[in-house]
Design a protein around this ligand. Structure first.
Ligand code: SF4
Ligand code: SF4
Length: 379
């Protein structure tokens, strides 16, 4: 395992972090908790979770693992993170209460890195930072030793990330960057790195898009590599990225990630040129399936499913005719099976677009889908 300094915090963290958002929730929590023990034994010492992950079970699973590790005298061997959104905890008191709840669930005396979570626009940042707001509550927690470091998780554009980080309020940043979108996201990474902050990459496999489309993304890989291995290797070998978060469901996933770290080599100029030739701005416009839009829709439209189907136009350059032809399969057996509402039910309220971590033009994509579905019906 490679270890890197997390900014100027004095902490050395593993190049791969355990992302707690991909547990198989059909398994017993105790079985999932074993994955954290396995990862620690493999050298992974950065454990990242949040309330709500995995049907809100993730923090509890972490708690089972942390409790056992603490009893075995190993609490100092790893770092744990969790998160809170300013909209959910808009006052200092609510932010403090959220930290206390997370501490109880995590069965830990402190949280090493606490994220001001999912900042998608500047007004959310301002909400967190206003007097008496979330940040003030987190600072109190820090003074009391409940939190070691306050960090930020954001989907803002690079220039806005730079503006925020310049204020020196955070010790690190969590950003959505990967081999498909780095050409359009690198400004934020550079801003954080230049300011001596820890930089954690989330979504290294573009929300599963890379493993699911290995054939059309084969250009990412060097001979002997899979595109998935190339995507992880790219981030791990970047000197500007401190930790790459990978969501693990099984021990084999941990083994693969550790193997990639052990064999990662810096990408050459030729590698980057090869990727640049294929990666277009479209790759920055893919739905990652994060699901942040879903509970915002008053019509209960399966937005993530529609947007992931729409991804095919960007990834595989599918024509309109092919997209129309593919709809039956999606409605009967695929992404759209068992959905009660359709694209035509959209009332264009715009709530999903405000929530979208990728800043997608969801309404106009749904309009194209309405048209395709109408053409399918007529055919
Ligand atoms: S714009 Fe349409 S899809 Fe988006 S939240 Fe509103 S109704 Fe739902
Ligand atoms: S549409 Fe946006 S918010 Fe919704 S799942 Fe896709 S990327 Fe996430």
């Amino acid at each position: 395992m490679i270890y890197k300094p997390y900014g100027t915090t004095g902490k050395n963290v593993s190049a791969i972090g355990f992302g707690g958002m991909r547990f198989d929730t059909n398994r017993p929590d105790e079985e999932n908790a074993q994955l954290l023990h396995y990862a620690l034994d493999k050298g992974i010492n950065y454990f990242d979770t949040a309330p709500d992950y995995c049907k809100d079970k993730s923090e509890d699973i972490f708690g089972i693992a942390i409790d056992a590790l603490s009893k075995a005298g190993r609490r100092q061997d790893f770092f744990v993170t969790t998160k809170g959104m300013p909209e959910d905890f808009p006052t200092a008191d609510k932010a403090r209460a959220a930290v206390e709840t997370s501490l109880k669930r995590l069965k830990s005396g402190c949280i090493d890195f606490y994220h001001v979570w999912c900042i998608r626009n500047l007004s959310q940042y301002e909400l967190a930072m206003r007097p008496g707001g979330q940040y003030e509550g987190l600072q109190r927690c820090k003074d009391e030793g409940l939190i070691k470091h306050i960090v930020i998780s954001t989907h803002l554009r690079g220039d806005d990330v730079r503006k925020i980080l310049a204020k020196k309020e955070f010790d690190g940043v969590l950003l959505g960057v990967n081999i498909l979108n780095f050409l359009y996201r690198w400004e934020g990474v550079l801003a954080a790195h230049e300011q001596g902050l820890g930089v954690v990459a989330m979504n290294p496999l573009a929300g599963g898009i890379i493993p699911r489309h290995e054939k059309s993304l084969s250009f990412l890989a060097a001979p002997g590599q899979t595109p998935t291995e190339a995507a992880l290797g790219f981030l791990v070998s970047c000197p500007q990225i401190t930790v790459t978060l990978v969501g693990f469901t099984a021990k084999e996933h941990i083994d693969t990630a550790c193997r990639v770290v052990d064999t990662a080599r810096p990408f050459t100029a030729a590698d980057i040129d090869r990727i640049k030739r294929h990666v277009t701005q479209n790759m920055d416009k893919l739905c990652t399936g994060c699901g942040y839009c879903l509970d915002k829709c008053p019509r209960d439209i399966p937005i993530d499913s529609y947007m992931q189907y729409y991804n095919e136009t960007l990834l595989a350059q599918k024509s309109e005719k092919e997209m129309i032809a593919g709809l039956d399969f999606q409605h009967n057996w695929g992404l759209l099976a068992h959905t009660r509402t359709r694209s035509e039910d959209c009332v264009r309220c715009g709530r999903c677009e405000l929530a979208c971590t990728q800043h997608l033009d969801i309404i106009s994509r749904l309009e194209r889908l309405v048209d395709w579905e109408a053409q399918k019906k007529k055919a």
